[in-house]
Design a protein around this ligand. Structure first.
Ligand code: HEC
Length: 133
């Protein structure tokens, strides 16, 4: 096969076009609040998948540990080790043979921490638990 210069240019430009369209690049959360909001939408998405009989598929997310928290909560430095464990448990949803059970463990853990540090979203979190297991 022989490439003429114009066809090569078209080929190249379409390559860049496709690249720039498909590169919906993931923007990591900048602080704990943003990461929490992101995770809230992710658990809502997973619960919807469960309700629709679809598999719980992993999407990119920002891990909690090491992120600065807002001025509205007490210092969360004591939670860093727990955040690491929590996010490893979160990853387990996508590896588990019973993802819905792992999902519930996560929801209960969100709830447990929020009872202590940040009661605002408690009701929204509680609603996500899969009660018919
Ligand atoms: C170990 C403690 C801990 C765990 C576990 C935890 N959170 Fe949070 N969450 C926090 C703290 C602290 C904040 C406040 C962050 C800030 O304002 O900087 C917060 C904030 C939030 C917010 C409010 C964000 C806003 O708009 O102000 C939501 C919603 C939330 N978390 C949902 C969740 C969900 C869903 C989970 C489980 C997937 C979860 N959290 C797990 C500690 C935790």
């Amino acid at each position: 096969m022989k490439f003429t210069l114009p066809s090569l240019l078209i080929l190249l430009s379409s390559f860049f076009l496709i690249q720039s369209c498909s590169s919906e690049r993931y923007e990591p959360a900048q602080d704990l609040r943003e990461a929490m909001q992101e995770r809230m939408s992710d658990v809502v998405r997973l619960r919807e998948a469960y309700d629709n009989g679809e598999p719980m598929q992993r999407r990119e997310f920002t891990r909690f540990a090491g992120l600065p928290n807002s001025e509205f909560v007490d210092d969360v430095s004591v939670y860093q080790a727990y955040f690491e464990i929590f996010d490893d448990m979160y990853e387990e949803i996508f590896k588990s043979d019973a993802p819905e059970k792992q999902f519930n463990i996560i929801i209960q853990s969100c709830y447990a921490c929020h009872q202590d540090v940040c009661p605002g979203p408690l009701r929204a979190i509680k609603r996500l638990e899969i009660t018919e297991l």
